[in-house]
Each structure stands twice: as C-alpha cells, then as structure tokens.
Design a protein around this ligand. Structure first.
Ligand code: SF4
Length: 235
C-alpha cells in the first residue's frame, strides 16, 4: 500500500500532492497561512515575508517552499506572529494607509492581517510619503499612497492578461509602481475593468470607480469574519 505524503503543521497532519508548496497544501487542508503577495493563480513570489513559517527548524516562505515528506512546520508560534506584526508595522508606516477613508476597508488584506496579529501600536515613525492618485481612467482609480509593492497586479497583467500594464521603477526605498503608457497615466494604458490585474490587489490601491461602496462598510468580507476564516480555502 502506497504511503500517504504528509507534513505536520502546528501538529496537524496535512496530506500533500507532488509539486505542492507548503502554502498550497495548507490551504487545501483549510489551514490559513498569512500572505500579501501570493495568489493561487499566479506563480509564487516570496517577497512579502508574511508567509514565513518554520520548517524543520529553518525560517522559510511557505509560498515558495515545496512540501516534503515529514516536514515539521510551525505557523502560529508567537515569534512567527511577532515577525509578521513587524512586517505589517513597516508596511503601514511606509505608505499612507488611512483605513477609515479607504474604499477597501473591510475587504483589505493588509487591514485584516493587522487585526489578526493584534497590531495596535504604531511602533515606527511614519514616512508620510508624497504620492499621487491616478484618476485618469474612466473606470479605474490607482492610489499610489496605498500600494504595498506586492506586484500582484504587475504579474497578473503580464502573465494572465498579457498586457504588461505595470512595472516597478527604481530601487530600495525609492521603488514604486509605474504604468507602462506613453504618459504614465492609466487612461493611456490598455487596463480594463475585466482584467485579472483588477481582481488581485490586496489593498485599496487599484479600485473600480463603478462599484465603489456598493457593499456598505460593516458588511464586507473581513467585517464578517477574520481573514484566517475568510481566506482559508481560496487564497
Ligand atoms: S497596486 Fe495593488 S496589486 Fe499592484 S503592486 Fe500595488 S498593492 Fe500590489
């Protein structure tokens, strides 16, 4: 009889298939591993560091590490949660994230993760960067203040929509998202509401103008249930 391939996440036995990452195996089993740059329909990116788990004593990103027989994985240990809280605290001060004034509030993964790890103190000094809003497109708003550089829109536009609307420019703390059009404005790009790139932004940086506030604040996904329950099976 063939042995079942299995890993152990926080003591729970989890079966996996060949070529599955730890993230894929965990989510298939209903175990949530936090993430911001991961999407199940896009290639793993491993950049946000929210999904770092401990695998046989080593800290590794769950979205890029293949599941292998017998791995002992910690996902919910206090030190891992503290690291995730620190990453989120850095993200919150690096941009201008004003949750009460954001259309994405209640549907935002950044906000929901901050609640999940009980991030309450500012901890670091705010950068308050000067950034713009691109409202040139008739259907779409791009608010650079809220962009966390996860590259999900970039990868979705390039790999799924085959339009290559976005790129990253410069390096280090100057890194920023850019629109690949002659004017640098969304209105001059080929981005459309139906694009995959419009479905993957985890924060309120890329928004549809047509559907804003259709669902009232208080009745949104993470208003109803914590992100660990809301995303366990689909993301
Ligand atoms: S606009 Fe959204 S999806 Fe695109 S890089 Fe910024 S945060 Fe990520």
């Amino acid at each position: 009889m063939a042995e079942t391939a299995e890993i152990f996440i926080d003591g729970q036995r989890v079966a996996f298939q060949a070529e599955q990452t730890i993230m894929m195996a965990a989510h298939a089993a209903g175990i949530y591993i936090p993430h911001l740059c991961h999407h199940p329909e896009l290639k793993p990116h491993g950049s946000c560091r929210l999904c770092v788990v401990e695998v046989n004593g080593r800290k590794l990103s769950a979205c890029t590490t293949l599941a292998q027989q017998g791995q002992i994985i910690h996902n919910q240990r206090a030190d891992l949660i503290a690291s995730r809280r620190c990453v989120l605290q850095l993200l919150f001060v690096e941009g201008n994230h004003v949750c009460p004034a954001c259309e994405k509030s209640g549907d935002c993964q950044l906000q929901a993760l901050a609640y999940a790890v009980e991030m309450i103190s500012p901890r670091f000094a705010h950068f308050y960067p000067q950034r713009t809003v691109d409202a040139s497109h008739p259907d779409i708003l791009l608010d650079y203040n809220r962009c966390i550089l996860c590259e999900l829109c970039l990868r979705a536009s390039r790999d799924v929509d085959h339009k290559n609307v976005f790129s990253l420019q410069q390096r280090g703390d100057k890194t920023h998202l850019s629109v690949n059009s002659a004017s640098g404005q969304l209105a001059d790009s080929t981005l459309a509401l139906g694009d995959k790139a419009m479905q993957v932004c985890p924060v309120g940086a890329l928004l549809s103008k047509q559907t804003a506030y259709q669902t009232p604040i208080g009745a949104r996904l993470y208003d109803q249930k914590p992100i660990a329950q809301g995303e366990a099976h689909d993301g």
